[in-house]
Design a protein around this ligand. Structure first.
Ligand SMILES: Cc1cc2nc3c(=O)[nH]c(=O)nc-3n(C[C@H](O)[C@H](O)[C@H](O)COP(=O)(O)OP(=O)(O)OC[C@H]3O[C@@H](n4cnc5c(N)ncnc54)[C@H](O)[C@@H]3O)c2cc1C
Length: 489
């Protein structure tokens, strides 16, 4: 009978029948973090072998918008060309706030200080950037422009803490899904530098030696387990766990309400489980990116969200992912976006969304939604009165997006649970040093084991603070660090 392997149970070196192959650095996963780890490990002179379970390169990153969150050091070439100066301190402050209560200051510092250089590095690997700026609110550019606002920079409370700048740098590509361009270039570069890639190869479990040192990997190729020795180390770059519903239920149950997985499908937590199996600590596992993408059209940002008590709960000009977290936790899963004729539009990616109520007055809308008498009318009247003065003292929505909702007919677009698909991927993962070494619960390094990307808990570790580009920025930047560190061991 064939031996059963589990990512949760490492294989002891004594149980390895023979070595099928040997290399310096083994990388699990050929997506954003894995490709960048491979490039740097090769540049450092290490022999590199990558095992990728899918039949092609790129992982979730190849399906993504390809937005990378960078700036600081006075601004990237694209930011400066568009007239934005972006200081390292402002980037640092924004990322600290975006990282939430558990932000890792050392990690944020090293990223903020090197993000602009990282952008130049991406260009050096061949990733094309047109350098043109697209103003407005977008999920991803619909054009081939490459610099966009991709977070909550201009929205309270972020705008009060750090000078805003657009930091979403998207690879040049006509329309959505620029991630495929980003990944073609990064994966192509890793292979051109001599990294050996094995596709349709699933990493099954780690191999450990004396002192719990990670010395290799068991990988399934053509249905057979292969024993691969890693002379210098193993880099886990296998993505997060949104595709593993048991893990989501155990660690991030809040994400169960999001029915669409933001993933290419292999985010099954196997990398994180392998890390845990040798003593790695997993942190911030409850955190996830979520979105209920309610714009474009950006006119909808001028609407107001209310809950079943008819009360507002967020400044609607914040990043759509932040708004999603507030929407998802409203009592009973009930939330509506109130709009008038002047701003009405159907959200671009949910054109068939439910319109829960329509009326010639806000009173009619309130009745149709079954809210307590006068509650909604009071909220809208108060909002309209202050919007006319260009103020929102309750939620601090910026004056640019304030406009009284006075033009009938009025409508409530439903963001209630069940009416609108919401999307998620996980942010928690293995605790690592900034350089990539996996840490145990005592904060000690597990020799021979490294992790990056959504396998690790990196810069993005608080769903409410997430901005587009933070995951790819983190995965590519810290993937590079992990590859370099493993190669230098
Ligand atoms: C539609 C979409 C849009 C997105 N847009 C953006 C964006 O614009 N900006 C942004 O920052 N983020 C975006 N994201 C999120 C981002 O793509 C991911 O968070 C990012 O790719 C994580 O990088 P990674 O290296 O950890 O994982 P991946 O890029 O997914 O790479 C992991 C690789 O490991 C492989 N793997 C998994 N398990 C095993 C195993 N046991 N053995 C071998 N191989 C394994 C997987 O097949 C995969 O190829 C988007 C995601 C999607 C799906």
């Amino acid at each position: 009978m064939q031996k059963q392997f589990s990512p949760s149970r490492p294989c002891r070196v004594e149980d390895v029948p023979h070595w099928d192959s040997e290399t310096d650095v083994v990388i699990v996963g050929f997506g954003a973090a894995g490709s960048c780890a491979a490039i740097e490990a090769r540049r450092a002179g290490a022999e590199v072998t990558i095992f990728e379970v899918a039949a092609a390169a790129g992982g979730s990153a190849a399906l993504s918008g390809g937005e990378v969150y960078v700036g600081g050091s006075g601004g990237t070439s694209a930011q400066r060309a568009a007239g934005f100066e972006d200081s390292t301190e402002d980037l640092f402050k924004y990322l600290m706030m975006a990282g939430g209560p558990g932000a890792d200051e050392a990690r944020v510092r090293v990223y903020a200080e090197n993000a602009e250089a990282h952008f130049r590095w991406l260009q050096e690997q061949g990733v094309p950037y047109k350098g043109s700026y697209l103003p407005g609110k977008w999920l991803e550019p619909l054009t081939d422009d490459t610099l966009v606002w991709s977070g909550s920079e201009q929205a309270w409370p972020f705008s009060a803490a750090a000078k805003p700048a657009p930091r979403g740098h998207t690879a040049q590509h006509d329309g959505w899904s620029a991630g495929k361009v980003l990944m073609e270039k990064l994966c192509g570069r890793a292979e051109a530098l001599g990294a050996a890639v094995h596709y349709s190869s699933r990493a099954l479990t780690l191999i450990v030696g004396k002192g719990n040192e990670v010395v290799g990997l068991v990988v399934r190729i053509d249905g057979e387990p292969r024993y691969v020795r890693a002379r210098r180390g193993v880099v886990l770059a296998a993505g997060g766990f949104i595709a593993n519903r048991d893990m989501v239920a155990r660690y991030a149950p809040g994400a169960l309400t999001c029915d669409t997985q933001v993933s290419a499908g292999n985010d099954d937590g196997s990398g994180i489980r392998m890390g845990i199996s040798v003593g790695g600590a997993a942190i911030h596992m409850d955190q996830f990116f979520a979105t209920v993408p309610y714009f474009p059209p950006e006119s909808l940002v001028k609407g107001i969200f209310v809950n079943q008590s008819g009360s507002r709960f967020i400044n609607e000009d914040a990043y759509h992912g932040r708004i999603a977290h507030y929407v998802l936790r409203q009592p009973g899963g009930h939330a509506w976006l109130l709009v008038d004729e002047g701003i009405f539009g159907r959200p671009m990616i949910h054109r068939d969304m439910t319109i829960a109520a329509v009326g010639e007055s806000w009173d009619e809308v309130e009745q149709e939604l079954g809210m307590p008498e006068g509650a909604l009318v009071h909220t809208v009247e108060e909002f309209n009165r202050l919007a006319l003065e260009g103020r929102d003292p309750y939620f601090h929505k910026s004056a640019d997006w304030l406009r009284p909702l006075t033009k009938p007919p009025f409508a409530a677009l439903s963001y209630c649970k069940g009416d609108l698909p919401s999307h998620a991927f996980t942010l928690g993962g293995l605790a690592t040093r900034t350089e990539g070494e996996v840490l145990n619960a005592d904060g000690e390094v597990i020799p021979g084991l490294y992790a990056a990307g959504r396998c690790a808990c990196g810069l993005p570790r608080w769903g409410e603070g997430y901005s587009s580009g933070m995951s790819l920025g983190d995965s590519t930047f810290f993937g590079r660090m992990a590859g370099r560190r493993a190669a230098g061991r």
